[in-house]
Ligand binder design. Structure first.
Ligand code: FAD
Length: 337
């Protein structure tokens, strides 16, 4: 059940060579409870692992990695307008999107091709192309590590924000998500508010009212053209969150850099971190085996054989240089271990 000194390289998308002192998989809540009851596991630092697509390991993990493999996808109820779909936390997120499309259910097609597991999706309220997990979220079930008890969390209790939830904040490391329920639409309601989706639909020759499957195809097309595939080049997607600044700060920036992009959000303006990083001269920067992707400045990459601490140090250098040039603080989106 428990393996010792396991290489984590195959289990995370940065492809860094690090080891876990202890490693185990669980395929059900009962298996998870049995693992958590082992003294070796109780005494060790615990890391719940999905697909490792939002993690940067900077050293060997001197604890126990518990890999979530709880499967299962089902429609648990439906009415005229919506259906509730429950997924085991170890299902792949994109698999859930495809399942929904196969059942003629819409609402998560804009989140097509985001790597990772269903169980990790609420952790940072995954989002892309004008949609977020919280738009369709109904509830989740999570096991409290200290007691082994299962608890249901409503949308309000999850405290979702921009790439945030209570599971990254006050309840960090206290709960293991075991299943997620989404409320999906039975009548197609495609969201094409994001400009690139509209232009890509045109480029793909899709005219008239797009279906959810068309939107999914467009999103997959955009993502494949913009983001490096972790199977080819190690990365964890956007390394930094897009910072939010006050309107006053944004006006000051605009006076100095008239071309600065910005999107209104409650209480201020969101500025694309990719623009700030690119303007600071980092896009395509390469330092031996690691660097900044040449097509997407938000993505730090392992070209092969990079060390996690070198990627972390590069991230902090980027943060310092953006702070110095623009007076804006960037924060990592990736979990640095
Ligand atoms: C190429 C690429 C593109 C990406 N694009 C996007 C994007 O568009 N939008 C976006 O939001 N994200 C994006 N990401 C980030 C990533 O896909 C998401 O954060 C995803 O939800 C991570 O899932 P995972 O299973 O790989 O989590 P992991 O990396 O395995 O874990 C991430 C964190 O969640 C914790 N965790 C995992 N599972 C559980 C669980 N069941 N219970 C409790 N804690 C858990 C882990 O301990 C860790 O702290 C991208 C990543 C890559 C590599």
């Amino acid at each position: 059940m428990l393996e010792h000194n396991v290489s984590l390289r195959p289990y995370h998308t940065f492809g860094i060579e690090v080891k876990a002192r202890l490693f185990a998989r669980f395929q059900s809540v009962d298996e998870l409870r049995a693992l958590l009851a082992l003294p070796e596991v109780q005494q060790a630092e615990q890391l719940i692992l999905g697909s490792g697509s939002n993690l940067l390991f900077t050293k060997d993990f001197d604890g126990v990695v518990l890999k979530n493999e709880i499967r299962g996808l089902e429609i648990i109820s439906q009415d005229e307008d919506t259906a509730l779909v429950r997924a085991g936390a170890g299902e792949s997120w994109h698999g859930m999107v495809q399942y929904a499309l196969d059942q003629d259910l819409s609402g998560i097609e804009n989140l097509s091709l985001i790597p990772g597991t269903v169980g990790a999706a609420p952790l940072q309220n995954i989002g892309a192309y004008g949609a977020e997990l919280k738009d369709t979220f109904e509830e989740l079930e999570a096991l409290e590590t200290a007691t082994g008890r299962l608890r249901t969390f409503s949308m309000e209790e999850c405290g979702f924000g921009y790439r945030e939830s209570v599971f990254k904040g006050p309840l960090k490391n206290q709960y293991i998500v075991t299943s997620v329920v989404l409320r999906l639409h039975r009548r197609a309601q495609p969201n094409v508010s994001y400009g690139a989706i509209q232009t890509t639909l045109q480029d793909l020759g899709i005219e008239g009212d797009p279906t959810p499957r068309h939107v999914s195809e467009a999103v997959v097309h955009i993502r494949r053209s913009k983001l490096p595939d972790p199977a080819e080049i190690g990365n964890a997607g956007s390394f930094f969150k897009n910072p939010e600044v006050s309107q006053h700060k944004f006006d000051e920036l605009k006076a100095q850099y008239p071309e600065v992009p910005g999107y209104p959000v409650p209480g201020g303006v969101k500025v694309p971190a990719a623009w700030l990083i690119e303007q600071s001269g980092w896009k395509g920067h390469r330092r031996g085996p690691h660097g900044v992707h040449d097509r997407q400045a938000l993505v730090l990459v392992n070209h092969g054989g990079a060390q996690g601490q070198d990627i972390r140090d590069l991230a902090y250098e980027i943060i310092a240089s953006v702070r110095e040039k623009f007076g804006i603080e960037l924060h990592p989106e990736v979990n640095i271990m």
